[in-house]
Design a protein around this ligand. Structure first.
Ligand SMILES: C[S@@+](CC[C@H](N)C(=O)[O-])C[C@H]1O[C@@H](n2cnc3c(N)ncnc32)[C@H](O)[C@@H]1O
Length: 314
């Protein structure tokens, strides 16, 4: 394995350490909403786009940084020739366990492999690639796009998820202060003016979304218990960097490697600043989830913590 940087080593150690708690921590299998099911949601957002793009069944896909394997398993169920790789071997052990538990017969035995992204081979092998919760941990965008360029067919799609830098406009937290201190606030606002370009939704869709969303929220809130979350999970190490992007920044990186950014879908829309989540997690998270459709509009750009970008290779 080449290029082991400090960041890569810390990332690998952390994800090996949290492999056992990852599914419970990020997919909310009990459905109690004490924690937002952030990874389940982004997987579902990406799958909906894959369905909308009408990618042919039987196409070859690779999920990079596949974690405990849920995306790959869902793609297998949809009839794709799906594979996943992850730098953390314990994540791959969990993914293999999950696949085995399903008792699904797959006609090849290398569904999940332990591998660093930079060791992935396969000249123009893949019809589409997904990378959810991956880019933020890499030192540079180049690490991802130089590999995507080699392994994807022309015309293929890449669904890449990023932490949303615009979210700092809403949170008013340490990230926001850092941007202002670094004199980068003006640039962020200028880019924000351009968000419509990445969310080509029409006004009538937005109106429908808003009225439906708030009716659903009102119904959901009737059943909420106001309970605090007493669970705690392993903390992200201080040494671990988690980069953020604007769609413009991602677009610029992707373009250098022959990918165009078609559009983005923001997800994990926040009804109130994140500070309140710990005070009333269930209500907060249920409202967040019902607001998901707003992520398909520019309204999601400031209030959602992340986005899935749909990129296409020329
Ligand atoms: C936040 S988790 C996301 C897991 C999964 N995609 C999901 O959405 O549930 C990020 C995953 O990327 C993996 N990862 C980070 N850097 C990597 C690299 N350079 N090569 C391969 N996998 C990497 C980590 O080990 C971790 O399992």
């Amino acid at each position: 394995m080449k290029n082991i940087t400090k960041q890569k080593e810390v990332t690998k150690v952390f994800f090996n350490q949290v492999s056992g708690e990852w599914f419970e921590r990020t997919y909310d299998p009990k459905g109690d909403y004490l924690k937002f099911p952030v990874n389940k949601l982004r997987k579902d957002v990406a799958l909906l786009e894959i369905d909308n793009l009408k990618i042919k069944k039987g196409s070859k896909s690779l999920d990079i940084g596949c974690g405990t394997g849920q995306m790959v398993i869902d793609l297998l169920k949809r009839g794709y020739e799906a594979r996943g790789i992850d730098i953390a071997s314990k994540m791959i052990d969990e993914a293999n366990k999950n696949l085995k538990q399903l008792g699904m017969s797959v006609g090849y035995n290398d569904v999940f492999n332990t591998s660093d992204l930079s060791d992935v081979k396969g000249d123009k092998k893949y019809d589409f690639v997904t990378g959810l919760g991956l880019l933020e941990y890499l030192d540079t965008d180049k690490e991802l796009f130089s590999v995507l360029k080699n392994i994807t067919k022309n015309g293929s799609y890449a669904l890449v998820e990023c932490r949303n830098k615009f979210f700092n406009l809403f949170t008013g937290n340490d990230y926001t202060l850092k941007i202002l201190e670094d004199g980068k606030g003006d640039k962020l606002l200028k880019d924000f003016i351009d968000v419509q370009r990445f969310s080509p939704s029409r006004l009538k869709d937005v109106q429908k979304t808003i009225s439906n969303t708030y009716t659903e929220i009102a119904d959901a809130l009737k059943n909420i218990k106001y309970k605090k979350n007493d669970k705690s999970y392993s903390k992200y190490p201080k040494l671990m960097n988690r980069r953020q992007h604007t769609p413009q920044e991602l677009e610029a990186s992707a373009k250098k490697y022959g990918f165009s950014l078609e559009y983005v879908v923001y997800y994990h829309v926040h009804p109130f600043p994140p500070f309140y989540e710990k005070e009333f997690p269930q209500a907060y998270n249920v409202i967040s989830e019902w607001m998901t459709p707003l992520g398909r509009t520019p309204l999601g750009a400031a209030t959602a913590s992340a986005f899935v970008a749909i990129l296409r290779k020329k």
